[in-house]
Write a protein that binds this ligand. Sequence first.
Ligand SMILES: [Zn+2]
Length: 441
Amino acid sequence: MSSVLIRNVTAVTMNEAREILDHVDLRVEGQRIAAITPTGEEARAEAPDRPRAKPGTVIDGANMVAIPGLINAHTHAAMVLLRGYADDMALEPWLEEMIWPTESRIVAEDVYWGTMLATVEMLKSGTTTLCDMYHFFESAARAMRDAKIRGVPSGVLLGFLPEPERRLRQAMDFCKEWNGAAEGRITVMLAPHALYTCSREILEKFVEAAADLGVKLHTHLAETEAEVRRVQQEYGRHPVEAMDEIGMFDVGLVAAHCVHVTDEHIEIFREKKVGVAHNPTSNMKLASGSAPVQKMLQRGVTVGVATDGAASNNNLSMVEEMHLAALLDKVFSKDPTAVSAYSALEMATRNGARALGLQDQVGQLKEGMKADIVLFDFDKPHLCPRHNVVSHLVYSAMGSDVDTVLVDGEILLHKGKLTQLDEQEIMARASEAARRITTAE
Ligand SMILES: [Zn+2]
């Protein structure tokens, strides 16, 4: 079993007691965190006649701050291929005129390299788990497995594509094959894209399938006012009420956006344990509005943070996203106490884990949890002086401050360099795919 010792680090644990521990050693054995002890204590406690545990890899944590790996609760990873391709448009024409026609040229191999590129970007900025929704989900899952990131790919369906029933069966087969794959790093969901892209009939079938397979649903909900109007016309009710009526909340659901929701809807989210994925940048860029995050948190709704796809962001930095999550609700609520720095970090770690049903595995630095750990290098002018490390992580840090990343106890990034992936090769392959899909015949 491999072991890693991170010595003399400041650990922001995100545990129940909200402990931030200075000068501790984090010992990782195999896939899990084995011990968190004051620096040097473990060595002193060992009897002189007992053989010492093998130290394995030792990382100097001085000037570093450790957090649980960031959790991107909603993205379309391979959309990095369309990064910067169509900006400054409203959601509907953006999707219908630019994104969907281009996506029709995408093949499985493109999604593999797009997801690989997204993974490189995410690991380098401290994200260790992504909840993904994209075409050719099997290629996305293969990329996540090969890149060794923790992933929740979803078998997605856009109802206007031909043969929705066959696509649903395909998504179900994918779930059966991939749930628990890559030594448990991959778990899956079923993803009917949204109320306005899927028929009621197919949504009901998704609910049934999710219940049969014991997987959650992942969808878009109440993102824009136009969506609310459209659903209102079709269902005679608000999108939240329509989903509730269809039974989508009863099988466990991750809902991206939830911008246009009332107090009553928030109460439904709490009661039905809906996991909300808040996408501040995407909501700003597409002028969708702002989700009432503070209200949802106060009522006990589980809200995670997410980047959405790179075509509406345009990067996948969860560090930036935490920053904006803390700011955006202040602007909309005109309340400077809304979404504190700690809340933003909590949403991006522990809450994200709960939204995805991974709370027993990740989201905290705690003995027995999976060792998904990110070290930020605090030896930087913009992180000095060190009055408050959480404030610095949310308001001052950048993704490029990430020095080291472990997923499942394995070091995937060290001193800012990927240890296992060929970044140049991945960028070249993704650029090639992007060129082909955006060049119309
Ligand atoms: Zn989305």
